[in-house]
Design a protein around this ligand. Structure first.
Ligand code: FMN
Ligand code: ATP
Length: 298
């Protein structure tokens, strides 16, 4: 897959199936668009291209809050998911005030006309341009609109998945995504207290703008180097010890290596319980023994 900053000079001119949307998370709903694109690409002997934005279009319309910069994946994972979905050319363009003012006609002239489009694939609720164009405005193309994919009668959407993660419902998030929600980060030094209570933890600091699941304890898998291990994660303030910083820590089962400075990936599998402020360290340890049993046999 090739990644480009969109401009008229650097586009590939082979016949292509163009898929349109923002695609935060590339969830199962999004994946149906790529299924259609792959079918068309095989039929028409064409490549697959995506024209999208690095950041959420909402940033241009709403008062800023930090959540607007957050995505369901890191930038690297987002690109990897496009590639896994069969994309050959990934074009990024910034969603700016100027871009937002383009009509659907302008968008076709300035962007779509620069590509050698064999067919276009959009979703059932896709709109483009300041006049909210949709399938009708794409009539000069062989354009396909994919129907809505639902789960329990409700649309699978990036917003619904974001909410599930904020609520700690990683089971729902994973089901809607079609893969396990993950966060990568550097292993850094914590208080070095974990090892004294028999549960050493890798403290993980992520540099990507992602949603951290609700404070609590989770069954996780964790990739260290090229191996994956089962573990249990804590997200919170270590209330028992009066912690001041919110941390993501993982006790990795059957693992005894020093991994400071390594980049690891945590896959959230199941919410176990909320954080508890225990009266004694022994009570915390007894609870962690139970968490371990749940996590090992999940
Ligand atoms: C599975 C798991 C469950 C935890 N549950 C709690 C909890 O309920 N309450 C709490 O105060 N700390 C909890 N912790 C956090 C511990 O307090 C923390 O790991 C310990 O203080 C070590 O911190 P350190 O890595 O900074 O040394 C939990 C940690 C893990 C790995
Ligand atoms: N569940 C779905 N079924 C079919 N198509 C979908 C589904 N969800 C999104 N799409 C389509 O995928 C493309 C990208 O959608 P978009 O990035 O707006 O995702 P979204 O999940 O709808 O996001 P949000 O929750 O922010 O509205 C659009 O063409 C959209 O119509």
């Amino acid at each position: 897959m090739k990644v480009f900053e969109f401009n008229a000079q650097n586009v590939d001119n082979a016949p292509t199936i163009l898929v349109l949307g923002y695609f935060d998370g590339l969830h199962r709903g999004h994946q149906t668009l790529f299924d259609k694109a792959r079918e068309l690409a095989a039929e028409k002997k064409a490549t697959i291209s995506v024209l999208t934005f690095p950041e959420s279009p909402i940033l241009v319309f709403e008062k800023f809050n930090e959540n607007l910069l957050k995505q369901l994946t890191s930038k690297e994972k987002r690109n990897q998911l496009f590639e896994e979905n069969g994309v050959d050319f990934l074009y990024f363009t910034d969603f700016t005030s100027h871009f937002a003012k383009l009509t659907s006609h302008d968008f076709i002239e300035k962007y779509l006309k620069k590509l050698a489009i064999s067919a276009i694939v959009i979703g059932f609720d896709y709109q483009f341009g300041s006049d909210h164009g949709s399938l009708a405005q794409l009539s000069e193309y062989d354009a396909y609109q994919v129907s809505e994919l639902t789960d329990m009668g409700e649309k699978i959407s990036s917003s619904r998945i974001r909410q599930a993660i904020i609520d700690g419902d990683v089971t729902l998030a994973n089901r809607l995504l079609g893969y396990n929600y993950e966060i990568s980060g550097l292993v850094v030094h914590g208080e070095a207290r974990g090892r004294t209570i028999g549960y050493p933890t890798a403290n993980i600091e992520s540099k990507s703008m992602q949603y951290l699941p609700l404070i609590g304890v989770y069954v996780v898998d964790i990739a260290v180097g090229d191996k994956k291990y089962r573990g249990m994660a804590s997200i919170g303030y270590n209330d028992t010890f009066g912690g001041k910083n919110k941390t993501l820590e993982v006790n990795i089962f059957d693992f005894h290596d020093e991994i400071y400075g390594e980049t690891v990936t945590v896959y959230f599998l199941k919410f176990i319980r909320g954080m508890i402020k225990f009266d004694s360290v022994d009570a915390l340890i007894t609870q962690m023994d139970d968490d371990e049993k749940i996590s090992r046999y999940f």
